[in-house]
Write a protein of this length. Sequence first.
Length: 277
Amino acid sequence: MEDKFGYHQDLKNGDGIVRARTTGHLRSWDIPRTLHVLEVLKKEWGNFEYPGIYILFDSSVKKVYIGEAKDICNRLKTHLTSPEDKIKDWNRAVIINDGRPAMQSDFNDSVIRKSLELYLISLFKANKYVVVAQGEPQKHNPHQKAMVQAFKEEFDFLLMKKNCITRLIEKSGQEEILRDDLKKILETKGCKLEEWGAYEAVINGEKVYIRPGSKKQKGWQITFRDKFKHTLQRGEGTLLVPRDGILLINHCWEHRITTPLYPPLLMGTKKAVIRSW
C-alpha cells in the first residue's frame, strides 16, 4: 500500500490517551475504559458534540464492536455504564473523526458515518477479528460516494499505522469469503455442516481444511503443513478455498460452488500454486 498521507502519533499521556493524526483529515484518540478519560475528552472538545466512528476492543479474545455516533462521548459513556452483553468486557476504544465539532464536520452526515461503519466491519472481519456489529448499506449521492471512498483509503492508512489491522480488503474478484458468509453459502447449497471451525470442518461426512491462500507473484499459494499435509498425503480430506468463489478439491476431483456474488476461482488464466513444506 503506497502511503498517500503522513502520520504522527503522540506518546501515551498520564490519562492513558494516545492521540494520533494523519496529514489528511483524520484524527484519532486511543483511550482506556474509564469515565475520567471521557470527561477529559469532553472538556478538550469544549463540551461540543463531536461525531465520528468508534471501535471498542476486547483484547482478551480479539473481539471488536464498531459503531458510529453524532456525539461520540455520550455514546461511549453509555457503552461504559450500560454495556451490551456482546461487548461488555471491552477495555479499549479508538475514536476516529476529522477533529471538528458537528456543525463543521463531514462526519455529521449519518450516511457517511454508517457507510464507514459498514466498511470497517468488513475490514476487521478480514483481519480475523470477531466483530459483534452488523451495520447496514446506505444510498449515496455523488458527494457522499466520493467522500466515503476518500475516507476509506485514509482509514486503511490510519488503522495500519496504529497496528489495528495488518491486511486490507482485496480488490473485487479476489476477495476472501469470510467465515459467516461462507457457512451461509454452503448451507444454501445443501451442504451438511457436521463440524465447523475457522480452519477445519466436516462437510457431508468429509474432513475439510479451509485455506484462503495468499497472493504471490506467480499466482495464489496455499501452504500445506502438519496434520493438513499428512492427511492429504494419505489421499484423504478435502481442501476448501473460500476466495473468488468456493473451490473444493480432493485427491481425485474438484468442484466449484458459485453464486452470482462470488464467481468461480481458478477459471480462465487464473492458476493456484500449491506448495508443501
